[in-house]
Design a protein around this ligand. Structure first.
Ligand code: F6P
Length: 374
């Protein structure tokens, strides 16, 4: 396997805290291993604009503390078209790039796989690619964590702790919506971490009426408890992927609660809603995300220098995988290089609920909620 001599790095899709750590590690380790390393601005969009920038040690010094990505990011729907990818391959070939590191989520890594598809490349200049999982949604298969998830969870926990103070003071019910696209991971895990009373996530597959019932039952149970004041506030974490819009949920729940307590002061029983939105995606990366980005950046660039391709660098400290799917990186015993096509297939399973992991998560949450309401 001929190793890559000139490697480009791009960040694509929704930014994630820790992307900069990955860029920095790949740039420094790649250069030390004898490769030329350059950056591409604004993901695939910048690639199509031939927007390359140097990534010398001075360009990446200190960046691992910064949120977002120094290279910028974008979503590029045009990349679904073969002729657009042909243009991108032409630009990479003109620049003498033989290896590409794509740092991003599901859509970005799918783009990378198509870009390096030997059938599409034909007799063109060969291109090797390695993907790095980076998305706060944690919706990629075959990696325990994606870059950015830990920071996002910490941001949610900090915000929810603040909301819990005011909710407790007023005995209120809060529905807090968190990002995650079609994946409930952030809602589920942060609900545990903040001690929420309920987590609503798309993987449960519950219809609107069941969700309303669940919220109302939770509110009535918690508010009906005697004892400490703290127990009368209700925190509900809702994943943005739940099909019922949060404002509609509020209206329907408030109406049902009024039916249950027609004489109550409405301000006492009405729910309050906080949509955390893009706040969840920003901020300085946590120590974990700085380490994860650095480790995966190291593994990815070394793989390209060694001539490997069509893989994703993954974080799986404990698990074992069949040989045909992947192998532990010789450069980091906690990281794997897994077949990118297999990652994307497993990602589909995760999102469609076919994966045993998704079914386990949904089942585990039903049990946790039952326990909370006892
Ligand atoms: O994929 C990351 C993510 O932040 C999702 O959680 C969210 O649904 C989406 O991106 C928002 O995308 P945009 O910033 O393009 O609105």
């Amino acid at each position: 396997m001929a190793g890559c001599k000139r490697i480009a790095i791009l960040t694509s899709g929704g930014d994630a805290p820790g992307m900069n750590a990955a860029i920095r590690a790949a740039a420094l380790v790649g250069r030390a291993a004898g490769a030329d390393i350059v950056g591409v601005e604004r993901g695939y969009r910048g690639l199509l604009d031939d927007a390359f920038v140097p990534l010398m040690p001075g360009d990446v010094s200190g960046i691992l503390r910064e949120g977002g990505t120094i290279l910028g990011s974008a979503r590029c729907k045009d990349f679904h078209h073969r002729e657009v990818r042909d243009k991108a391959r032409g630009i990479l070939a003109n620049r003498g790039i033989d290896g590409l590191i794509v740092i991003g989520g599901n859509g970005s890594l799918t783009g990378a796989l198509h870009l390096a598809d030997p059938k599409e490349i034909g007799s063109g200049a060969p291109l090797k690619i390695i993907g790095l999982p980076a998305s706060i949604d944690n919706d990629l298969g075959m990696t325990g964590m994606s870059i950015g998830v830990d920071t996002a969870m910490n941001t949610i926990v900090e915000a929810c702790d603040k909301i819990a103070d005011t909710a407790t003071a007023h005995d209120r019910t809060f529905i807090i919506e968190v990002m995650g696209r079609d994946c409930g991971y952030l809602a589920m895990t942060s609900a545990i971490a903040v001690g929420a009373d309920l987590a609503l996530f798309p993987e449960s597959g519950k219809p609107e009426s069941a969700i309303i019932d669940q919220i109302v039952q939770t509110v009535l149970t918690v508010r009906g408890r005697s004892g400490s004041r703290r127990s009368r506030r209700v925190l509900i974490i809702k994943a943005e992927g739940v099909a019922v819009p949060t404002d509609r949920l509020k209206q329907l729940v408030d109406a049902r609660l009024r039916d249950h307590a027609p004489d109550a002061d409405p301000s006492g029983i009405e729910t309050r809603v906080t949509v955390l939105g893009h706040v969840v995606r920003g901020g300085r990366p946590s120590a974990f995300d700085r380490l994860l980005g650095s480790r995966l950046g190291n593994v990815a660039v070394r793989a390209l220098v060694a001539g490997d391709s069509h893989k994703m660098a993954a974080w799986m400290p404990q698990e074992d995988l069949p040989e045909e799917i992947g192998a532990r990186s010789p450069f980091d015993p906690k990281c794997w290089l897994v077949d990118l096509a297999a990652v994307l297939a497993e990602t589909e399973n995760l999102l469609s609920g076919r994966s045993p992991l998704t079914r386990w998560r949904a089942g585990a949450f039903d049990e946790i909620e039952d326990a909370l309401l006892l």
